[in-house]
Design a protein around this ligand. Sequence first.
Ligand SMILES: *[C@@H]1O[C@H](CO)[C@@H](O)[C@H](O)[C@H]1NC(C)=O
Ligand SMILES: *[C@@H]1O[C@H](CO)[C@@H](O)[C@H](O)[C@H]1NC(C)=O
Ligand SMILES: *[C@@H]1O[C@H](CO)[C@@H](O)[C@H](O)[C@H]1NC(C)=O
Ligand SMILES: *[C@@H]1O[C@H](CO)[C@@H](O)[C@H](O)[C@H]1NC(C)=O
Ligand SMILES: *[C@@H]1O[C@H](CO)[C@@H](O)[C@H](O)[C@H]1NC(C)=O
Length: 506
Amino acid sequence: MSQSAENVEDPFKPWKYIIFSPSKVTDALTVLMKGLFLVCLLTSISFVSFTFFSTTTKSYVRSSGCVDQTLVHYSSTNDYQETYDHLYESTNISHILFGIGGSAKTWNNRRRYNEIWWKPNITRGFVWLDEKPAENVIWPETSPPYKVSEDTSRFEYTNTYGSRSAVRLARIVKQNFELGLDNVRWFVMGDDDTVFFTENLVTVLVKYDHNQMYYIGGNSESVEQDVIHSYTMGYGGGGFAISYPLAAELVRLLDGCINRYASLYGSDQKIGGCMMEIGVPITQELGFHQVDIRGNPYGLLAAHPLAPMVSLHHLDHVQPLFPGMNRIDSVKHLVEAYTSDPSRAVQHNFCYDIKRNWSISVSWGYTIQLYPYLVTGKDLATPLRTFLSWRSWSQDPFTFNTRVLSIDPCKRPVIYFFDGVTELDGGGTMTSYKRPLQPKKQCENDSYLQAALIEAFNVSAAILDTAVWKKAPRRQCCEVINGGDLDGVVQMKIRGCDQWESVTPP
Ligand SMILES: *[C@@H]1O[C@H](CO)[C@@H](O)[C@H](O)[C@H]1NC(C)=O
Ligand SMILES: *[C@@H]1O[C@H](CO)[C@@H](O)[C@H](O)[C@H]1NC(C)=O
Ligand SMILES: *[C@@H]1O[C@H](CO)[C@@H](O)[C@H](O)[C@H]1NC(C)=O
Ligand SMILES: *[C@@H]1O[C@H](CO)[C@@H](O)[C@H](O)[C@H]1NC(C)=O
Ligand SMILES: *[C@@H]1O[C@H](CO)[C@@H](O)[C@H](O)[C@H]1NC(C)=O
């Protein structure tokens, strides 16, 4: 089969080539009084409503002993919001109870991914196993504590191509709920090979009122998967979060759902079916990644949507995140950047070097693409297709647009990968990106020869405040710092955009 330079049939080929070739204070007292009255009102209301369903759920809002205050007047929704914020401290990591689906025999291998993100004594939760680990196994302190799932042989499972373990996995959320642990606002489910970015998970969950019924997650990147399984559920590998009151309702129905949806393949589908009965739709958050793709996830992470990166999954099924590293080390390398500025990790920025007519695309903490010519903002924002679909290993369709990565070296970016991060005095980071081995076949075109002189990029950026994720989303701006490069290192800066600033070709 012949391949045109424009249309790459096998995205692995070009990819191999990349890898292996180289406030205002008003009347404070009034506000305080209003606040106090509202606290009492809200506490009474929540107490009443929680007492109402306390036969099935555990009350976690305690009555503060306020006098019954019915004559409360408040002037604006702002007052309400402020009071609400005071009544509930914002969600933190300890309010999340993780339920990880595992199995005794495979845990020792799978824990490599889990232990990258699990923080003993900080993250709360359990790995639910199919059976007790063998007598001689010392359970690692670096893993979440384990629990053994209840027997599920009484449930029906009629799917012909899946595994019965789906029933057990679906019941993890119920078993976690029934532990009745204190101060749990969110039940988060994940697979044993899910890597969570917990600070970002908290950043996302903070936006939602945990006293309402929320089901938050993402779907599959591969349209074929969404068609077969569902568009309207949170995919289990990417992980999903269920607020306490929704979990209470789900737990009541779950066992019945498992039998009603016996023909469905996965645990996440059975939960999705139950959610349909409750009537709570999935709230899609773009940072949950099921990673239902084959090949190289590069394109996906090099042009991440404007949302905090919450999870990655299936990392044993895709190529390592960085060339020349094994899979686990490549995830740890990404986490190194992530740890220094969680909100900014893999955030996408792009800008032009107008002196040279270069286009530069930055995925913070992961990669830089240098195009020695002008590329439109729309193209830069579109992921390069370095991967295939999950089930049929096809070039499309995905739930997002992709663009072809040409095999013509004169039509592809020069790629740099995250190398290291240093903290800047006064806060902020400097991340550096280096070019891997020189590609064998280089573009001899003048502009590319100039680009070939660039060995690295140093990018400075302030720490991205998590508060930006509560605001209307806007991609930040970047610039090549005056003077351009020093010894083959391009100096760049990422910052908030100025008024009337856009990435528009000169
Ligand atoms: C999380 O918030 C709770 C209040 O609900 C507080 O008691 C706890 O110390 C906080 N935990 C962390 C890790 O910040
Ligand atoms: C977690 O806490 C327990 C009890 O407080 C302690 O024994 C254990 O060493 C701690 N584990 C880690 C990994 O810090
Ligand atoms: C950059 O591109 C513009 C428009 O295509 C062109 O007018 C200008 O001469 C170019 N500058 C350089 C340095 O190539
Ligand atoms: C070099 O490549 C750019 C981008 O593909 C193209 O616009 C330009 O015409 C090429 N120049 C030469 C001399 O081939
Ligand atoms: C770029 O960053 C690296 C790593 O932080 C540092 O060693 C190097 O001196 C920097 N180079 C320039 C030219 O700023």
